[in-house]
Every structure is written in structure tokens, then in C-alpha cells.
Design a protein around this ligand. Structure first.
Ligand code: BGC
Length: 736
């Protein structure tokens, strides 16, 4: 062991030395070149791009994934540029490459770190085979707002879950240490606070008090930095008046000084130039200065660095050390990836076996991501009893739209649609009849008469509804998050035909489903499930597999409740069933102060439609006998919390057991619940297992009033259960 670590130290010292030598040999223009990333999206390598690479004006390209052309770019860089420095080749490999996995929000619903890692690993191998060595993922923006289109790319609303799955994704992309032909560098984005854009409108302002920023929004970023992520991307938005791309406090003081991040920080697409648009810089030169001074090592797809940095240095306004630091960050990733040893990709690493593995992983991920939100007993659908099944809806047979946002390289020809999946999984004797009913989910009119007739003539109806890929993702926010178009009318009409109705929703965000919940017998939330979505959904419907997904984000009843999330503060007037009143029950001339007086809406109350962590199964799980190893723990020690979970039904199934705590009193107010542990547990019918979570005292710490991590004595509640409303409770004290 000692020899290995000595070798590792030698290697890193050697790399540092090689970087220093290279920087010593570089002209100012070559240094700035390393700090520039350009968009290469095109069919051939243009002479302009080739010439810029030869002259050392480019450190990285993005959006070229033709292996032959990427090789040519690398060849020019290492054979024809003066210092032979290889290129970083960036691409948004967000949830798969040609084989698409469920959207990240869907993957988060699996609560399965190993599976999330496998999804990223598979995508990484395929991307690397195309010459890509850097992805812009994981996206770690905590999002409490389903109007925001980019919630699809996120890992949900909870810092603990997002941190845990973000670390898994990072490992999947980077492998042990990034080195090697099938690993690619990961990028934590968007630093930071982007998920809190006002009104859920992409790119808008964010205002997050520092205490909330530290306790919630920064946590997943901190976790991936500790896990060795190599790159970080800044956010487009401004935060408390300072655009993230020029935010010296966050990028230097927090990310680098406090957390010790030594990697590369990249701007978002032209977000340096946009410092001018924000009204934060007078011109491009000032914008470039602000970004580089804040610690942004590379500019993505803009020309602020290329056009201004040299002049700033020559005028003596910018210290060359700041440039050298940025260049060193860029070069060190190139060394870490092994590009100086071998910059070329090997298409052979993604052969038939890896392709088949990718399909298997996509299938498993779709199975585990799908959340059963309602079931009055109709599911699983007894195959043998179905003479005719009606498959209806605009999302039933669309190989592209089930893939979701950010699928530049996704291949819809590989998709198994819902209709195909049902046809494959049903008994050969069963007739499967299909009616699209609406061309798009947004249509104002549907073939309702045809759909109703079909439903009436069938034994069961499976409705595939939701929203197309383009309705979520970057820039695609919605103010109304009901099912678009006349889908609600379609559901109600089909339901009136009197046959069992199973609704499958494919969407990039939580939709408000309150209007149709009573009209369906079962509701499966499949997100945008990816390539193998249709097969997985069909298997779940027929009981060939059992749903296990749990919501990584709260589902509101009505969009007006947003933001609504489980880990909110208690306030001085917490709501309860006894206190709230409904608008319809208010009598005329009631004095204002006699009503409600707690945190709620007169028309929608205070509860969501489905809470964080929620998801049903084909069996029922019960929780009992919660135990706490010691009623008092001191700093540096741990407490073990455990409970028994029993499979009460007749089907073997997996339950996601969740641990929540509440710090009852703090020097800053604490959330009413915080997720602190989770475990996927497989149980045979009738089986009971005791599930334990060890909680270190550090897990009870938080950022206090001085924005430093504190650990405070006091009483804690803990609950173990199947969602964030778990009521099996115990208590313990932290003593100092
Ligand atoms: C997005 C980033 C993305 C980049 C490159 C930007 O518009 O905000 O998340 O990585 O484009 O495609």
C-alpha cells in the first residue's frame, strides 16, 4: 500500500512539474487559447478551426461526436500545434448516448445509487468511444419548482438524495480517477442556485439567503467535490445581485478556498459575455476580467476571453498569475484524463456486449424509476383475462418523445414504445387496439368518440399521456403544469366508458394531476423513461415486475402551491387539519381573525397531492419497532436508528426505506424533516427485516448564523418509513 501511495504522490508531483514546464514555455496567446472552448458542431473540420487549433488558440471543443473528426481534431492539436497539447472534447451526455436512460429526475426516483452509477458508466463508455472526454453532467441544481423546465435534468428537491446520486453519477462518468479510455470528466452544474429561478422561468434571477444556500443548494456540489469531481460549470443566473459567472465569493472563497477544489471551472454558454447583459459589466473586457478574477478557468462558446484577456494583461490590469492558475487547472484535467499519454478514442470499447448492457441498464432504470401513484386494485393487470386492451394517447407510440430532454445523440430507432411493450408483454391471444386520439399532447381537440368507442369495446384501457420532450428542459418552462391540451377531457370521456383505466404519464416534470386522479383506476408516473421505457412499463402493468420508485420531488395539487417541498421550516403558525378552512365553507361576514391563522391556501389547503418519497407497490409494507441505540450521543459519536419493515402482501417486492430527522431547536430554524438515509430492501411475502441506519453526529450539523458549520446540543426526532410522512418515531439527544 505504502508503495502505491508513494507512486501516486510521485505521479502528481511529476504532473505538477510538467504543467509548470509547459506553462513556462507558453506564450500569453497560447495560455489564453487553453482557456477557450469553441462549438465545433459541423460535418467536417473547417480550415478555420484547424488553423486555430494549430496556433494553440483553442483548449477545448464541444459538440463534435464523429469519432473520425474528433481524431482529426486531436491529431492536429498534438501533431501540428507548437506545444502538442491535446483537446478536451465536451458534450452534454446527460442520460445516455445513443441508448437513452430515464431523465435524471426519473433516475432519482429509483433511489438506487448503484443503478445511477451504471447509467452514467454506460453512457460514458459510449461517449468515449466517439472521442468525447468530458460531459456536462451531473446537474445538481436543487429544484422545488416544477414549472422550471430544467427540473427534468435535476435529481430533485432534496440535498441528501441529490448529493448521494450526484456522487454516483460522477463515479460512473469518471471511474476511479478519470484516467483511461472509457472514463470521461464529469462537470457539476450549475454553480449555484440556478434551480431557484424566480417564477420557475429559466435564466431568471435567484435570491437565496446565504444560510439556505449553504444548507440546501450547495450541499450536493460539496459532496461531489469531496468525491473528486474534476470540473464545475457556473450558472446563467444572478444570485443576490451577483451573476454566478462573476461571483468571486462563491467561486473562490467557497468552492476553492473553503472546499479545496483544484479543478477546472467553465462558464456556461456565453455566460461571460452575458455579464454585460446582466448590467454587471460595462463591456466584454470588463466581463472577461470579472470572470477570470472570480476563478472561471475556461469560457464556453463566447469570445470574451479570446478578445480581451491579452489586452488586460498587457495593460497591467490583470495579473499573469491568475491566467497561469486557470491554465494549470485546464492542463491538469488533461493529464488526469490521460490525454497526454493517448488522446485518441477507441471505438472498440463500445461493442455489442456494451450495447446490450446499455439496453439492459436502460430497461432496469426505467423499471426502477417508474412510480406507482394510485392503484385501486386494477394493477397488476391479469394478462389471461384480457381479450382486448385499448392503448390510447399521444405518448403511446412515439419513439422520440419518450426519450426526454438533452438527447443530442439519442437514437429513437432503438426505442420500445408503450404500445410495442404492451403488444410484446400481453398474451398472444389478447387483441391490442390502438388509438392515438391526439397528434400532440397540446392539441385542443381529440378523437374522443373513437377513443371512447374503443374503450367501451375493451376489457381495460391504458392511456399514455403527458408532455413531449420539448416541453421540458432548458428554456422550456410552463406556468400551467396540468396535462396540456385536451388530455384531461380525453381521460374523463374514456373513463365514462366504465372500463378499468390505467394512466401512464410520461413527462419531464411533476404535473398537476388532481383533475384526473378520480377518473383513473391506476396511475403510473414514468417520467421520460428512455429507450426501454415501453417495455418496462408493460412489464409493470402486467406484474412481470413490481413498481418500486419513490418521488424525488413533491407533487403539488395546484401550481399555485409552488414552491411546496417536504423539508420546509415549521413557521410560527404551522397548519393542521383542524385549523384550515376551505373557501367553499366560509360563511358571509365571518370576521377575518377567526379563520385559519396558519400556513395554508383557502382553496388548496397545505398538503401536496403526493409527498416527497411517496410511491406504491403491488404489496403493502408495514413499519414497526423503531429503536434508537442510545438516547444520548456526544460529538464524534454515532447513533444507530432501526426499524422493522414487513412485506404484508403476497408479492415479493422492493421497498425504499427512508430515515428522516428533525432538529427540534436550532440557532437558525431547522426544517420540519430532513432525509438522512435510505435503503432499497427486497422482501419476500411475509418477510420482516430490521433495517439500521448509523447516523454520525456530523450528520446532525448544519450551517448556523455565522454561515459556519455548527453542531448544537438538543433533542432530535427520527422517523423511519416509506415516505416523508413516516410516523414511526423515536427521539434522542445530542449532548456536548
Ligand atoms: C446549458 C448547459 C450546457 C451547455 C452546453 C447551456 O445552454 O445551460 O447546461 O451544458 O449549454 O450545451
Amino acid at each position: 500500500m505504502a508503495a502505491t501511495s508513494a507512486a501516486a504522490i510521485d505521479k502528481s508531483a511529476m504532473v505538477k512539474q510538467r504543467i509548470a514546464v509547459l506553462i513556462g514555455e507558453m506564450t500569453l496567446e497560447e495560455k489564453i487559447g487553453q482557456m477557450c472552448q469553441v462549438d465545433a458542431g459541423m460535418d467536417e473540420v473547417s480550415e478555420t478551426l484547424a488553423e486555430d487549433i494549430r496556433k494553440g488558440k483553442i483548449g477545448s471543443v464541444l459538440n463534435q461526436v464523429d469519432a473520425r473528426l474528433v481524431s482529426e481534431l486531436q491529431r492536429i492539436a498534438i501533431e501540428e500545434s507548437r506545444l502538442n497539447i491535446p483537446l478536451l472534447i465536451g458534450r452534454d451526455v446527460v442520460h445516455g448516448f445513443s441508448v437513452i436512460m430515464p431523465i435524471p429526475l426519473g433516475q432519482a426516483a429509483s433511489w438506487n445509487p448503484g443503478l445511477v452509477e451504471a447509467c452514467a458508466k454506460s453512457a460514458s463508455i459510449e461517449a468515449a468511444a466517439h472521442g468525447v472526454n468530458w460531459t456536462f453532467a451531473p446537474m445538481l441544481d436543487i429544484s422545488r419548482d416544477p414549472r422550471w423546465g430544467r427540473i427534468a435534468e435535476s435529481l430533485g428537491e432534496d440535498p441528501f438524495l441529490a448529493a448521494s446520486l450526484g456522487v454516483s453519477m460522477t463515479k460512473g462518468f469518471q471511474g476511479e480517477n478519470c484516467y483511461g479510455v472509457s472514463n470521461i470528466a464529469a462537470c457539476a452544474k450549475h454553480f449555484v442556485g440556478y434551480g431557484a429561478v424566480e417564477g420557475g422561468r429559466d435564466y431568471a434571477t435567484t435570491n437565496i439567503p446565504e444560510n439556505e444556500l449553504r444548507n440546501i443548494y450547495l450541499e450536493p456540489f460539496k459532496a461531489v467535490v469531496e468525491a473528486g469531481i474534476t470540473t464545475v460549470m457556473t450558472s446563467f443566473s444572478d444570485i443576490d445581485g451577483v451573476p454566478a459567472t462573476g461571483n468571486e465569493y462563491l467561486l473562490r472563497n467557497v468552492l476553492r478556498d473553503e472546499w479545496g477544489f483544484e479543478g477546472l471551472v467553465i462558464s456556461d454558454w456565453n455566460s461571460i459575455g452575458e455579464l454585460e447583459t446582466h448590467g454587471f459589466a460595462e463591456n466584454k473586457e470588463q466581463a472577461a476580467f470579472q470572470a477570470v478574477a472570480a476563478g472561471v478557468s475556461m469560457e464556453m462558446a463566447g469570445d470574451a476571453y479570446a478578445s480581451s484577456l491579452a489586452a488586460l494583461v498587457k495593460k497591467g490590469e490583470l495579473d499573469i498569475d491568475i491566467i497561469d492558475e486557470a491554465v494549470s487547472n485546464v492542463l491538469s484535467i488533461k493529464f488526469q484524463l490521460g490525454l497526454f499519454d493517448n488522446p485518441y478514442s477507441d471505438p472498440g470499447i463500445f461493442a455489442e456486449t456494451e450495447f446490450n448492457d446499455a439496453l439492459k441498464i436502460s430497461h432496469q432504470a426505467a423499471l426502477e424509476s417508474t412510480v406507482l401513484l394510485k392503484n385501486n386494485g386494477v394493477l397488476p393487470l391479469a394478462k389471461q383475462e384480457q381479450k382486448k386492451i385499448a392503448v390510447i394517447g399521444p405518448m403511446a407510440d412515439d419513439p422520440y418523445e419518450q426519450l426526454g430532454t438533452w438527447i443530442f445523440d439519442g437514437n429513437p430507432d432503438l426505442s420500445v414504445t408503450g404500445l410495442q411493450g404492451i403488444c410484446r408483454a400481453a398474451e398472444p391471444e389478447t387483441e391490442v387496439a390502438y388509438c392515438q386520439a391526439m397528434k400532440t399532447t397540446r392539441d385542443a381537440e381529440a378523437d374522443i368518440a373513437v377513443a371512447v368507442q374503443l374503450a367501451a369495446a375493451s376489457d381495460a384501457v391504458i392511456l399514455f399521456l403527458g408532455e413531449e420532450s420539448i416541453l421540458s428542459g432548458e428554456a422550456h418552462c410552463r406556468a400551467d403544469i396540468n396535462l396540456p391540451g385536451c388530455q384531461e377531457e380525453l381521460v374523463k370521456s374514456v373513463s365514462a366508458a366504465g372500463k378499468p383505466v390505467i394512466a401512464v404519464i410520461m413527462a419531464g416534470r411533476p404535473l398537476t394531476l388532481n383533475n384526473i386522479l378520480d377518473d383513473v383506476d391506476a396511475l403510473l408516473y414514468a417520467w421520460h423513461p428512455g429507450t426501454m421505457g415501453g417495455q418496462a412499463i408493460a412489464e409493470l402493468i402486467f406484474g412481470d415486475a413490481v413498481p418500486s420508485g419513490k418521488l424525488p420531488v413533491t407533487f403539488p395539487r395546484h401550481v399555485g402551491q409552488v414552491p411546496i417541498y417536504y423539508n420546509h421550516k415549521n413557521s410560527g403558525k404551522p397548519p393542521s387539519k383542524e385549523k384550515v378552512v376551505h373557501i367553499d365553507t366560509i360563511e358571509a361576514k365571518t370576521p377575518q381573525t377567526s379563520l385559519g391563522m396558519c400556513v395554508f391556501h383557502l382553496d388548496e389547503g397545505y398538503e401536496p397531492l403526493f409527498p416527497f418519497g411517496f410511491g406504491l407497490s403491488y404489496t403493502r409494507f408495514s413499519y414497526s419497532n423503531i429503536e434508537c441505540s442510545n438516547k444520548e450521543i456526544s460529538a464524534g459519536n454515532a447513533v444507530t436508528l432501526s426499524a422493522e419493515v414487513t412485506n404484508e402482501g403476497g408479492v415479493a417486492a422492493t421497498e425504499i426505506v427512508q430515515l428522516y430527522i428533525r432538529d427540534l431547536v436550532g440557532s437558525v430554524t431547522r426544517p420540519v424533516r430532513e432525509l438522512k438515509g435510505f435503503r432499497r430492501v427486497f422482501l419476500e411475502p411475509g418477510q420482516t427485516k430490521r433495517i439500521s441506519f448509523e447516523l454520525d453526529s456530523a450528520a446532525l450539523s448544519f450551517y448556523g448564523r455565522k454561515q459556519e458549520r455548527v453542531i448544537e446540543a438538543g433533542e432530535f426526532c427520527a422517523w423511519i418509513g416509506g415516505d416523508s410522512r413516516a410516523d414511526l418515531e423515536t427521539r434522542f439527544r445530542l449532548v456536548l
